[in-house]
Structures are given as structure tokens and as C-alpha cells.
Design a protein around this ligand. Structure first.
Ligand code: CU
Length: 461
């Protein structure tokens, strides 16, 4: 057991932490590794203790640990971090061990865990173990189950992992601010029997939302509903990693919701079942097929499917405003409006002004518009067939034959079999789309409908 005196050595140990290593220092406090990477790090296979199939964290990583007797020891450091949401935008957040969200913690049912938390924030904090069955005094509710952890102090949580499943950690100190600033992470407890509920690929991420005005870096922490950045692991598309899976893999995706609204997660091309919540596993007899499942506020859903269809399958929140980035926030609807007079007037002040939106906003997906520094276009990202007109909570599950074991690198765009992609046909000019548009017998041939389609899809300025 550690004594109070030993805990005072924490800051000296931390000075040497700079890389992911998990290597324990000689002192009694385990090293607190950190990373500056915001891309998906390889799964961390257990080097001691019981075996399990590790998870991978979207745009994240797993916290290394060490054994000390029969205790698994982890070290979290609560601290200010800079997080890139996608290339072109960074946010000043609070997190753990160099990132927000903090690293995923993984352990095994029955493990005894000892988790050190060092507070390098400018105010006090605690850590609550969401969904986990812990002694009341380890529950991390500041003022109720423990004193808050003052800046510069290190506390220890010790408990036995009573059940397996998908859980989270986050503060219960100054909750509104600390959660809005990005303090959260996932905690995965694997079943003692590695064959139970085994998935070939097991992905985790946590959903969070921010209001960060274009050109600024700090979230507005008092916002209650009207956010402009909807993130998976504090990333937005196209900054969110794809999920590469091998054809035939049994795939699990665990998603926690730390935002203030629900997120209906929708997967294309497959049916899945909800197999776990933040209170453990769903019995097989209680599962049903889904293509969309709603992840309520403060909840976790683990979904599972057999990846039996090759392709690039969209996986996204079905709230269409949640697949948009900051510059789409609070835009006006100009569909059908003639913006000529307006544009002429604005151009007297801003010569480069380019009115948009009279025919919808798709044009914004393909344009490189001048924007304030440090923000993201409403939609962005290109696929093999053109602009992908989404941002925010969107990515692709890439099902491929013959991926290597534990190869999580992006396999590139799907090569479709010949003749399996939607294609264009020419509508003969004399063939109307509707009976009502059939030309009178003696009348000259009607305007071709194909032309009509074209003229409505072109932007009219
Ligand atoms: Cu959503």
C-alpha cells in the first residue's frame, strides 16, 4: 500500500513523462504517460494479467498501466490540453494526459485497480466512474463522497471491478464547466473469460459538443443547447478516423454520450444489435435488429454487427445538424431567393462577396471559401466521387477482404465491382416524366424533362 508521504513524489515523476510508454518509474507512483497524437493509436495488448481482445479508441489511445502486486495501477493527470478537432481547427480544452477525451482505461472483471489522479487544472476536480459498481467513497462526487482534489494534489481511487462492460470517467466537480471543457474518457472492463462476448474489432468513442465561435479557441461553457461542434472523441468529420474492419469480422462499437442531447447513431449496409449499455451486457434473448439506435444523454450503447458486406459504409448521427460544422451554424435559408440586388449592394463594401444558397448549400461542399482563422467549413471532405457534404458526427466503416490482423490503417476508397455503382441515364426528349406533362397532340414537342432536372439542380444567380 502507498503511504500519503509517497504520494508527494508525484510531480517529480511526471517531469519525465513525455511519450506513450507505460514504463513504470522507480518511484511508488506509476508514470503518467501522455501523447500529442490525435489519430487512432494501435490497440494495447495486455502484457500481464488476464488476456483480452483490446479496444481501439477513435482518434485516441489506451492508458498504459503497471502491475503492483495484484493491483493494476493507472495514473491520470487532469490538465489543460490543445485538441485538434480537424485540420484547420484547434480548441483549448481541459482533459487528461495530454488529450481530450482522456485515454481509454482498460481492465478485466475481477481486477483490483488503483487509479492515481493528479490535478494540474487551475481549479479543483474529482473523478467519477460512470456506470461502475464501486464503494460509495470511491464514487468521486465532490463534497458528497470525498473532498475535491485541489490543484497540485494527487488522490488515489481503489476498487475491484465487479462487472464487465462499457463505462466512462468524468469529474463531479464544477460539472458544467469541466464537462463543457472536455473532461471525460471511456473505461472498458473486459469479461474474465476472454471468449465471452469476444469481438474481432472493438471500437470506442465518446460524444461531446462545444460552442466555439469561428476564429476563437475556447468553448462557451455556459451554453445549454445551441452548440456548433458535434464531436466523436473531440474530432469532427473529416477529422474522424475511418473504422477499417475485415470482411467477416464481428465488430463492436461502444459510444458514450457526454453531450446535452441524444444522438441516433445510424449504420449503413448492416443490421446491428445493442449488446451493452453503461450497466453491462444485454442478454441475447433481449436483443433485436437495428439500423439506428438512440444514445441518450449520459448513456453508453455498445452495438455489434457481422461485417458481411464489403464497401465504405456511412456511420453517423442521424440528426442532420450534427453532421455539420461551425460555419453551417445559424445560416439563413436563401433557397429560391434572387440575391442579385443584395449581392450588388454588398459588393460595394466587400468586392469578393459571393452570394450562395439560392439553390441549396451543396455548393459550399466543393468551394474553398475564405474563412476566419481556426474554424471549419459547414461541410467538407472529398470522396472518390466528389465532395462529401457532411461534417461533425460522421465517418465511414470500411469493410474489406483480407485486412491484416490488427491492421487499423485506412484502406483507401472502396473499389466497387464493375456495374455496381448508381449511374446516369439519358431521358429521351419526347418522353415526359408525368402524364400531365404529355404534350398536346398537335403541339410542338415539349421541352425535354431532362433539361428541367438540370435547370433546377444548377444554381441560379
Ligand atoms: Cu447527434
Amino acid at each position: 500500500m502507498l503511504s500519503r508521504r509517497n504520494l508527494l513524489g508525484a510531480s517529480a515523476v511526471l517531469a519525465g513523462a513525455g511519450v506513450i510508454s507505460g514504463r513504470a518509474q522507480a518511484a511508488s507512483i506509476p508514470e503518467a504517460p501522455t501523447t500529442d497524437k490525435s489519430s487512432m493509436q494501435p490497440p494495447l495488448f495486455p502484457s500481464s494479467g488476464p488476456d483480452y481482445q483490446p479496444v481501439v479508441t477513435l482518434n485516441g489511445w489506451t492508458l498504459p498501466w503497471r502491475m503492483n502486486g495484484d493491483w493494476k495501477e493507472f495514473h491520470l493527470v487532469a490538465e489543460p490540453v490543445v485538441r485538434e478537432f480537424a485540420p484547420g481547427m484547434k480548441a483549448y480544452l481541459w482533459g487528461y494526459n495530454g488529450q481530450s477525451p482522456g485515454p481509454t482505461i482498460e481492465a478485466v472483471e475481477g481486477d483490483k485497480v488503483r487509479i492515481f489522479i493528479t490535478n494540474r487544472l487551475p481549479e479543483h476536480t474529482t473523478v467519477h466512474w460512470h456506470g461502475m459498481l464501486v464503494p460509495n467513497g470511491m464514487d468521486g462526487v465532490g463534497g458528497v463522497t470525498q473532498p475535491h482534489i485541489d490543484p497540485g494534489k494527487t488522490f488515489v481511487y481503489e476498487f475491484e471491478l465487479k462487472r464487465s462492460g462499457s463505462f466512462m470517467y468524468h469529474p463531479h466537480s464544477d460539472d458544467m464547466v469541466q464537462i463543457a471543457m472536455g473532461m471525460m474518457g471511456m473505461f472498458v472492463v473486459h469479461p474474465r473469460d476472454p471468449k465471452l462476448y469476444r469481438a474481432d474489432r472493438d471500437f470506442v468513442f465518446i460524444m461531446s459538443s462545444y460552442l466555439i465561435d469561428p476564429g476563437t479557441y475556447l468553448p462557451k461553457v455556459s451554453e445549454m443547447t445551441d452548440f456548433n461542434m458535434w464531436t466523436w472523441n473531440a474530432r469532427v468529420f473529416p477529422g474522424i478516423d475511418p473504422l477499417p474492419v475485415r470482411l467477416g469480422d464481428r465488430v463492436r462499437v461502444r459510444a458514450g454520450n457526454m453531450t446535452m442531447t441524444n444522438h441516433p447513431l445510424h449504420l449503413h449496409g448492416h443490421s446491428f444489435a445493442v449488446t451493452g449499455t453503461d450497466a453491462g451486457w444485454v442478454p441475447e434473448t433481449a436483443r433485436w435488429p437495428e439500423a439506428t439506435t438512440d444514445v441518450a444523454v449520459g448513456a453508453i450503447r455498445a452495438i455489434e454487427f457481422l461485417a458481411d458486406a464489403p464497401g465504405d459504409w456511412a456511420f453517423h448521427c442521424h440528426k442532420s445538424h450534427h453532421t455539420m460544422n461551425a460555419m453551417g451554424h445559424n445560416t439563413r435559408n436563401f433557397i429560391g431567393a434572387n440575391q442579385k440586388k443584395f449581392a450588388d449592394a454588398v459588393r460595394r463594401i466587400v468586392p469578393d462577396f459571393h452570394p450562395m444558397g439560392s439553390a441549396g448549400m451543396a455548393e459550399m461542399g466543393s468551394m474553398e471559401m475564405a474563412m476566419p482563422d481556426n474554424t471549419l467549413p459547414m461541410m467538407t471532405g472529398f470522396g472518390q466521387f466528389g465532395p462529401i457534404e457532411m461534417g461533425g458526427m460522421f465517418t465511414l466503416i470500411k469493410v474489406r477482404e483480407g485486412l491484416g490482423n490488427n491492421d487499423y490503417s485506412d484502406p483507401g476508397p472502396y473499389q466497387h465491382p464493375e456495374g455496381s455503382v448508381a449511374y446516369e441515364v439519358q431521358i429521351p426528349a419526347e418522353q415526359p416524366l408525368r402524364q400531365s406533362e404529355r404534350p398536346a397532340a398537335q403541339a410542338r414537342p415539349a421541352k425535354a424533362d431532362a433539361t428541367v432536372i438540370k435547370s433546377t439542380s444548377r444554381s441560379r444567380r
